[in-house]
Every structure is written in C-alpha cells, then in structure tokens.
Design a binder for this molecule. Structure first.
Ligand code: E4P
Length: 215
C-alpha cells in the first residue's frame, strides 16, 4: 500500500519523508492557500523533496482552461500529476491530458459511477473522499469497496487514492480493502505510529535499565 501525504507544508513533507512514509503528495487549493505561496513555486519545492507523484490541482471550470493549466503544471517536473475535478468538463480535460501522456487524478469523487467515469476517461488516479461522505452520514468506505470491485471487474489501471482521510481507522479500512493508496494528513501519519502500550512499555524498559549495574 502506498502512502501519500495530504499537505502542501514543506516541514510536514520532510518530516514524513524522514519516517519513510511518503510515496507521493496530494495538494488542493485549500491546502495551498494555507501556505500562502504561489502554487507553481510550492509544487516545484515539493518535487525537490519527493520523487513520487506530486499532485497539483487546476482551478479552471472549463475543459480548455483545465488543459492549459494542466500542461503548465506538468512542465514543472516529470512526477507532477494533474488533479482535475469530477465534472463533465473535468472528464473532457482528463481525456485530453491523458492522451498527451500527462497523468491525471480525478478528484472530488463521491459515487462509484463517478469513479467508473474517471477510469473510462483515462485517469491514472481517482480520489474518492471518504471523510466528507462520513460527514453527511454515508459510509465513505462503502465507496472504496464498490470502486475497488468495479476496477477489478474491468481490469482498469486507474489507482484508487483514498482521500479525505480523517483518522487511523480510515487507513486501516483502506488497507483491509486493498486500496492502492491512501493520502493522509500529517497528524494522522503520526497517530498511526503511536500506541499507548508502546509508550508505557518503553518507559518500563528504560526504568528497569536504570537498575542494571553499569561497568
Ligand atoms: C486529497 O486529494 C483531498 O484534496 C483531501 O484529502 C481532502 O481532504 P478533506 O476532506 O479533509 O479536506
């Protein structure tokens, strides 16, 4: 299973990369806005840290604008993946960008049929948002199960990026289902590594070590 980090913050990316937990990065306009820097500059900086896919999102609403933006973003570095929204115009842009050899991540996927359309349009990745579905009392993980089944039925190469991850159980469920990728906020990556019994066990080991005679 691959872990992407869902952030545009360089310190978080470096820290998670040191842990060996960064196979790629996802950003979105909200995450970039939090950093207060131009998108292209930030994507370039991220690509200097991470070799894996670095996702940068377009903001145009029409296919023509998305394609123009996508081409420009893809020129930043060979590992840039262009995120386009799951709309009819986004599907047109996906088809065109994929035809030019640019990898596309169709984002804001909230139904299995939207995910099927993304695969048919030639998306390299589809991003179903589990947390936002949970927020409206729908089980986000049901969407991951359905999409995994549909992609398997038709042997689509499109990889599922479990997005809008809010807590470790989302990651656990994604792994149980066999999702290709989870894109995880830094806070949740840290939560994955910790367990109170690990902390307590280490404390006890160190306390006992104090009793061992030293030469
Ligand atoms: C990733 O590609 C998405 O933009 C991100 O996971 C959205 O997460 P949120 O619903 O917590 O904003």
């Amino acid at each position: 299973m691959q872990f992407f980090i869902d952030t545009a913050n360089l310190d978080e990316i470096r820290e998670a990369a040191d842990l060996g937990m960064v196979d790629g990065v996802t950003t979105n306009p909200s995450l970039v806005a939090k950093e207060g820097c131009p998108l292209e500059d930030r994507i370039r900086e991220i690509c200097q840290i991470v070799d894996g896919p670095v996702n940068a999102e377009v903001v145009s609403l029409d296919a023509e604008g998305m394609v123009t933006e996508g081409r420009r973003l893809a020129q930043i570095a060979p590992n840039v993946v262009v995120k386009v929204p799951m709309t009819p115009e986004g599907l047109k842009a996906t088809r065109r960008l994929a035809g030019e050899g640019i990898r596309v991540n169709v984002t804001l996927v909230f139904s299995p049929l939207q995910g099927l359309l993304a695969a048919k349009a030639g998306a390299a990745y589809a991003s179903p948002f589990v947390g936002r579905l949970d927020d409206i009392s729908q089980d986000g993980m049901d969407l991951i199960r359905d999409l995994a089944l549909i992609y398997e039925n038709y042997a689509y190469d499109t990889e599922i990026i479990v997005a809008s991850v809010r807590h470790p159980v989302h990651v656990l469920e994604a792994a149980r289902i066999g999702a290709d990728i989870a894109t995880i906020p830094f806070k949740v990556i840290r939560q994955l590594a910790s367990h109170p019994l690990t902390d307590r066990g280490l404390e006890k080991f160190l306390a006992d070590w104090e009793k061992v005679p030293k030469k």
